[in-house]
Design a protein around this ligand. Structure first.
Ligand SMILES: *Cc1c(COP(=O)(O)O)cnc(C)c1O
Length: 387
C-alpha cells in the first residue's frame, strides 16, 4: 500500500500532546502536559453563549465575524495598546488563533519562501509552514541569566533572499519569555530592512507576571503596516475549547487572509463570538484575578520543581515552566517524559520536539501550572520521588 499522506506532511505524526495525554489516561497520571485550565472562564461570559444559543443565534454569522466581536477587538487594541484598526476592514474572526495563524501563513507565504520562527516553537507553526510549501528557518532561544532569549546576530543571519515572513510568539510558549522592547526592536529592524511581514501570536497577551508588560510588535515604528496580529479568547478567558480568535492587520493583509480563511471554515461559531465580544468589553477584572492566580501557581510549581531537584526557569508569562532535568542525572527529555508516568505518575511535555536543533532543547521538559493548587501540590510531591 502506498502512504496516503502527502509527502510534505509526513514528518508530522501524532502530536506529542495526544501521545502524552493518552499516556496520562492509561497510567492514571497527573497531566501537567497539555496547557488547558481546569477551571472555567467568567460565568457571565458563559451565560452570554448560552443565551445566544437559546435566543436564535445559531445560523451562519458573517464570514468576517459578528460586528460586536470586531468592534470589541478594535476597542481592545486601541484602549490597551493605542493601536487603531477599522473594525469592518482590519479585524477578522478566526477559528481560534490556530486558524488565524494557519490562514495567515497560507495566504502570505508559498512554495520555497522562508519563514523565520523562534525555536522551541508552537507545534502548529511547523505544520502550516509545511502545508504552505514554505521552509521554516529556526532561530534558537537559549537561557541567559534565567530567561530564554535570542542572539540578534543569529536572527539577522537567518534572513536570506527567500525570507518572506517571521512568526513571533510573545508571551512565548513554551519558553515563558515575554519579549522586551529591545528584543522586539531587533525583530522590527530585520522586518523593516528586509521587507518581511510579521505574524504575531499574542494568545497570552494578558497572562504576564510580576507586572511584565506585553508589547505588541505592531506598536513599534513602521510595524503596524507590515504586521498581522493574532489572538484569541481561549487563554485570556479560560475557554480553550471555544476556538474563537481574531486577526488585526492593515486591510490589504486582511483581504489576503480572508481569501484563504473563507475556504477553510468560512465563519466562526456564532454564539462564542458574541460571548468573546462580551468578555473583551466586560471581564478585564476577572482576567486580572486570573493573572494573579496564575502567578501564584507559577511560584508554587517552580518552588516544587526546585525542591524535587530540577532547575526551573521562572516564566514571565503563559501557563508553562521549563525544567532542566540534568541536575537529577537525566539528559534526554523525550526519554524522561515517556518514562515519567511510570516512574512518578506525572506527565510533562519534552521540549525538544519543538526544535529543529533538538540538541538545544534535549534536556528540558515543560510543565503546565494552569491547574488547581492541590493538583500542582500532588504532582510535585510525586516528582520528589525522582531524586
Ligand atoms: C494555545 C495556543 C494557541 C492556540 O490558540 P487557539 O485559540 O486555541 O487556537 C496558539 N498559540 C499558542 C502559542 C498557544 O499556546
Amino acid at each position: 500500500m502506498t502512504e496516503p499522506l502527502v509527502p510534505r506532511m509526513r514528518e508530522f505524526g501524532e502530536t506529542i500532546f495526544a501521545e502524552m495525554s493518552a499516556l496520562a489516561t492509561a497510567t492514571g497520571s497527573i497531566n501537567l502536559g497539555q496547557g488547558f485550565p481546569d477551571e472555567d472562564g467568567p460565568k457571565a461570559m458563559l451565560d452570554v453563549a448560552v443565551e445566544a444559543i437559546r435566543s436564535g443565534g445559531n445560523q451562519y454569522p458573517p464570514g468576517p465575524g459578528v460586528p460586536e466581536l470586531r468592534e470589541a477587538v478594535a476597542e481592545q487594541r486601541l484602549e490597551r495598546y493605542g493601536l487603531s484598526y477599522d473594525p469592518m476592514t482590519e479585524v477578522y474572526a478566526t477559528v481560534g488563533a490556530t486558524e488565524g495563524i494557519a490562514a495567515s501563513v497560507l495566504a502570505l507565504t508559498g512554495p520555497g519562501d522562508e519563514v523565520i520562527v523562534f525555536e522551541p516553537y508552537y507545534d502548529s507553526y511547523a505544520a502550516v509552514i509545511a502545508l504552505a510549501g514554505a521552509v521554516r528557518k529556526p532561530v534558537t532561544l537559549r537561557p541567559v541569566e534565567g530567561r530564554f532569549t535570542f542572539d540578534p546576530d543569529e536572527l539577522r543571519a537567518a534572513v536570506g533572499p527567500r525570507t518572506k515572513a517571521i512568526l513571533v510568539n510573545s508571551p512565548h510558549n513554551p519558553a515563558g519569555t515575554v519579549f522586551t522592547r529591545g528584543e522586539l526592536e531587533a525583530v522590527a529592524a530585520v522586518c523593516r530592512d528586509r521587507d518581511l511581514v510579521a505574524i504575531t501570536d499574542e494568545v497570552y497577551e494578558y497572562l504576564t507576571f510580576d507586572g511584565t508588560e506585553h508589547i505588541p510588535l505592531a506598536t513599534l515604528d513602521g510595524m503596524r503596516e507590515r504586521t498581522v496580529s493574532v489572538s484569541s479568547a481561549g487563554k485570556t478567558f479560560s475557554a480553550t475549547g471555544w476556538k474563537t480568535g481574531w486577526i488585526t492587520a492593515p486591510a490589504r493583509y486582511v483581504r489576503a487572509v480572508q481569501t484563504v480563511k473563507q475556504f477553510l471554515t468560512y465563519a466562526v461559531s456564532a454564539p462564542y463570538q458574541r460571548a468573546a465580544a462580551y468578555a473583551l468589553a466586560n471581564e478585564t477584572a476577572w482576567v486580572a484575578e486570573l493573572r494573579a492566580s496564575l502567578q501564584a501557581k507559577r511560584d508554587r510549581l517552580v518552588a516544587g520543581l526546585e525542591a524535587a531537584g530540577f532547575t526551573a526557569y521562572r516564566p514571565q508569562g503563559t501557563y508553562f515552566v521549563q525544567a532542566d532535568i540534568r541536575p537529577l542525572g537525566f539528559s534526554d527529555g523525550l526519554e524522561l517524559a515517556r518514562a515519567l508516568p511510570a516512574k512518578a505518575g506525572v506527565v510533562a511535555i519534552p521540549t525538544q520536539v519543538f526544535y529543529d536543533h533538538a540538541e538545544a532543547g534535549a534536556h528540558f521538559v515543560r510543565f503546565a501550572f494552569c491547574k488547581k493548587d492541590e493538583v500542582i501540590d500532588e504532582a510535585v510531591e510525586r516528582l520528589r520521588r525522582l531524586a
